[in-house]
Design a protein. Structure first.
Length: 581
């Protein structure tokens, strides 16, 4: 009750405040009002003995009016602070001071039956006609549900809805707090930025519900891998951040924890009946070496994450100062590459392929080139890696297919065209939801016959979602489009998978061709691949042929085709046409 509810000292008031309800509450009408309101009303005399309670107060206090009246107010219920410490009753405060008071927010009322309620109140003095303190009136109500609702809203605002882990905002707040404590106590703080490897393929192959289940399972394993004092946060998507607090040797602790996390994630998971093997890449930053504020530490850990991914994933790396320069360059390249996709800086060169028996031109492989106005020629290895890391590879691959097919049709209309044009397809592209529709659109818009297009895929497709990949490749083959395994021998080839893959061509990786005449195992491997592939009815193409000795060996093994600098490097369209048309 506010100060305005304090009885005016000059107003006529009850002069006895005994157990007569009508006299304590005023008129009969006033008593009816007090009985009707939802707020609890309790009156005491000057000694703190209860003289009146309305029905709402009886309900909250858990007793009948007859049982509650006549008792010292402190005996009706215990009052605790939000940290569960006992509190002085507000009626006692008012009777001692003669001034209104309020309970602090978060006050807990513990009834005689043990039930706890959060309450809000206003307690004011009552004065008699002579102005003497005659008692107190307490008006209070239950705010438990409202408080719980507020706690839920606050929790939802600071925690991830899927994993119930702290979100980005709460992690930032905790990290800032821990940095302050660390500076005060001379302790260390470490930030581990974690990204699941190839998580998108789970969503694409098994659906988002399976992806959500995987994220929840990963969150639990992360929590099991750290101390209770540490914080595991989900930043969004498949990104998590772990905050290690108050450690004497932060770098050592971070390395040990990162190793525990990688080991925990290595154990297989069963999601919707499918056994999944997951891994993660982790970047680590340490305070104060890598930053003294939350933003710097998280940013630098994220930068180190890219190095972990570049190292082959399923690894952790510590931040190093030079990484910032690399990150700035990568950021610049991805921005420039987005622009290059639409402003004509990108082009395709075509490397010819030849039949080793007849010497006839059999096809060409389209290879992307980037001539930047200030950087000059950017190597494909560099910008393709950027495209994969920044989500540009699907758009880049689409542009390559459209451009290569259009060029092939232009050559065909001019009366000169190789049998087919081959384009590389990354694992990300193959797993993207719109790949097949994009491919159909390219075939329709350019008018190229499906059998004149060949898609080259890496062995990496054998490692993930095999059944889903096989189904997609079969649909592509049924269109008439040719399929080839690129860089064969560098991955984790399985003969059982190879038999099932609907491919018509196997390309021997150039590293094995380069070893011919240098490594005694080189000829054995190449001979085995040729024999195995041809026994399965596949056409064999050797990549990276650079001298005559390699050509002679491949012809002696009855290899079908070859490409490389010995014949010609990748050429611009006009030069290619000038040589072979």
């Amino acid at each position: 009750m506010s100060e305005r509810s304090t009885v005016d000292r000059s107003a006529p008031v009850a002069d006895g405040l005994d157990t007569d309800v009508t006299r304590a509450a005023g008129t009969v009408f006033e008593d009816l009002v007090l009985r009707a309101i939802s707020d609890a009303v309790l009156c005491t005399d000057a000694g703190g003995v209860v003289t009146y309670v309305n029905p709402a107060a009886c309900k909250l206090l858990g007793g009948r009016a007859a049982d509650l009246r006549g008792k010292p107010v402190e005996e009706l219920a215990r009052l605790l602070s939000s940290d569960l410490e006992p509190m002085t009753h507000p009626v006692a405060v008012v009777l001692a001071s003669g001034r209104p008071t309020r309970l602090p927010p978060g006050t807990i009322l513990v009834r005689s039956d043990g039930e706890e309620l959060a309450i809000e109140d206003g307690t004011s003095p009552i004065f008699d006609n002579g102005g003497a303190l005659a008692g107190a009136v307490m008006v209070f109500h239950d705010v438990t549900e409202a408080q719980q609702s507020m706690l839920r809203i606050t929790h939802q605002a600071t925690h991830d809805f899927l994993t119930d882990l702290p979100n980005r905002a709460l992690l930032s707040s905790r990290l800032t707090h821990e940095l302050t404590l660390a500076a005060r106590h001379g302790a260390g703080v470490a930030v581990l930025y974690l990204d699941l490897d190839n998580f998108k393929h789970v969503n694409d192959s098994l659906g988002h519900s399976a992806g959500d289940a995987l994220l929840a399972a990963v969150a639990q394993r992360l929590c099991d891998s750290v101390r209770r004092s540490d914080t595991v946060s989900r930043f969004g998507g498949d990104e998590f951040v772990v905050l290690l607090t108050m450690t004497e040797n932060a770098a050592h602790m971070a390395g040990v924890t990162a190793g525990k996390i990688l080991a925990a994630l290595a154990a297989p998971l069963t999601i919707d009946g499918a056994v999944l093997h997951t891994s993660a890449s982790i970047g680590i930053s340490i305070c104060p070496e890598d930053g003294a504020d939350a933003e710097s530490l998280v940013r630098n850990a994220d930068t180190a994450l890219y190095l972990a991914k570049a190292a082959g994933k399923n690894a952790f790396r510590f931040f190093e100062p030079h990484m910032n320069e690399d990150a700035v360059q990568r950021q610049y390249l991805q921005t420039a590459l987005r622009a290059a996709l639409g402003n004509g800086e990108l082009s395709l060169h075509y490397q010819p392929k030849f039949d080793l028996r007849t010497g006839r031109l059999t096809g060409s492989e389209a290879l992307a080139r980037w001539d930047h106005p200030t950087l000059g020629a950017v190597s494909p290895g560099r910008f393709i890696a950027v495209a994969e890391d920044f989500g540009l590879i699907v758009a880049l691959g689409r542009w390559v297919r459209e451009t290569a097919c259009a060029q092939h049709m232009a050559w065909q209309r001019g009366g000169c065209a190789p049998a087919h044009v081959a384009v590389n397809v990354s694992v990300q592209e193959l797993h993207s939801a719109g790949f097949e529709s994009d491919l159909l659109r390219t075939l329709r818009d350019t008018g190229i016959a499906p059998e004149r297009l060949q898609l080259e895929i890496t062995e990496g497709v054998l490692l993930r979602d095999t059944e889903a990949v096989l189904a997609k490749l079969r649909r592509i083959r049924d269109l008439g489009v040719g399929l080839a395994i690129d860089d064969f021998g560098t991955g984790y080839s399985s003969l059982s998978y190879l038999r099932r893959l609907p491919v018509d061509t196997i390309k021997i990786d150039q590293s094995f061709i380069r070893d011919l005449g240098q490594d005694p195992a080189g000829p054995v491997i190449v001979r085995a691949v040729i024999g195995m592939g041809q026994s399965m009815g596949r056409r064999i193409v050797a990549e990276g042929v650079e001298h005559l000795g390699q050509v002679d060996f491949l012809r002696g093994q009855d290899c079908d085709e070859a490409q490389g600098w010995w014949f010609n490097p990748a050429l611009p369209p006009a030069l290619f046409a000038g040589l072979y048309c």
